[in-house]
Design a protein around this ligand. Structure first.
Ligand code: MLT
Length: 303
């Protein structure tokens, strides 16, 4: 019997992929053959002698000590693309939240509960909450992988002009995106020409603070920034300062830190990008299939 340890709640559809006559799945088991994880940080974890593989139900693997795993012969899998639709949908929502004052208007309306003639006051408030349309504006996408590519298509369908940068883009993927997406080879073109910028790249020591004070200085006045990828990709202090200076109009981030929380014109979400039942099922099924194929057949996919 192979033991699979789950460090986070993994969708039932995913755990059902395992043949229960051969696998036991539990969040509390000693010396498992494999671990399934979503966001739990594993850097301080000691691994048992039986551990063959770790599968992350998600795209990024920065919660896993991948170098130590490589030294110890533990295979690390991820599930690229399995949550890309969910993240795309939140990115489109974030684009609109960065433009239209939806969050501000809704919380203002809620704050009026119990005041005299509240419904009338709410209706009268609409002029305070106007915001620009996204159609006709330019969206710059940094990273045109499974998620960035889907966002490009969706934004284009909403009438945006889309420019994209990705140093690792294959010719095939570029041909697929063009001509509706203008692909640039100099990231500074994204900064100089975009009304909205969204970033979709993995976090590594090299990509830390990809957007910092110098990059913001190159951007258009009133630019709106979106970060659903990893908090470390954008320097929070630099953005908050740029908001105070009026350079950045709005920042929507899926990552909380003390610098951004409670700041006007910053909308902080609790890492919601992949939090849909569909995406959780897709990721868990892909992760389970990868583990089974590795344990039973020695095949390595998405490692
Ligand atoms: C990812 O890396 O794909 C996301 O962090 C997934 C998640 O929210 O678990």
């Amino acid at each position: 019997m192979y033991k699979i340890q789950t460090l986070n709640k993994i969708s039932e559809i995913g755990t059902d992929v395992f043949d229960k006559s051969k696998y036991s799945i539990s969040d509390d088991c000693a010396n498992p053959e494999a671990i399934m994880v979503r966001s739990a940080k594993m850097h301080d974890m000691q691994f048992g002698d039986n551990l063959l593989a770790i599968a992350r139900a998600g795209a990024g693997v920065n919660n896993i000590p991948v170098e130590r795993c490589a030294q110890e012969g533990i295979c690390v899998f991820n599930t690229p693309g399995a949550n890309s639709n969910a993240v795309k949908e939140l990115a489109i929502c974030a684009l609109l939240l960065s433009s239209r004052k939806i969050v501000e208007a809704a919380s203002w309306a809620a704050s009026l509960k119990g005041t005299p003639d509240a419904p009338k006051t709410v209706e009268g408030g609409k002029s305070k909450f106007a915001g620009p349309e996204i159609a006709g504006k330019t969206l710059g996408i940094i990273g045109l992988g499974a998620i960035g590519g889907k966002i490009a298509n969706a934004a284009e369908a909403l009438g945006m002009k889309v420019i994209g940068y990705d140093p690792y883009l294959s010719i095939g993927a570029a041909l697929h995106l063009e001509p509706s997406v203008k692909i640039v080879t100099d990231i500074n073109e994204i900064y100089a020409n975009s009304d909205y910028i969204t970033i979709h790249m993995p976090y590594t020591p090299q990509t830390k603070n990809t957007i910092d004070t110098d990059q913001i200085a190159m951007m258009k006045d009133g630019v709106r920034l979106i970060n659903l990828a990893r908090g470390e990709l954008i320097n929070s202090e630099a953005v908050v300062k740029a908001i105070a200076d009026g350079k950045v109009a709005k920042y929507v981030t899926d990552f909380a830190d003390d610098v951004v929380l409670g700041v006007e014109n910053v909308i902080v979400l609790p890492h919601l990008g992949a939090s849909t039942p569909e995406s959780e099922d897709n990721c868990a099924v892909m992760a389970a299939e990868e583990l089974i194929d590795y344990i039973e057949n020695g095949n390595i996919k998405n490692s």
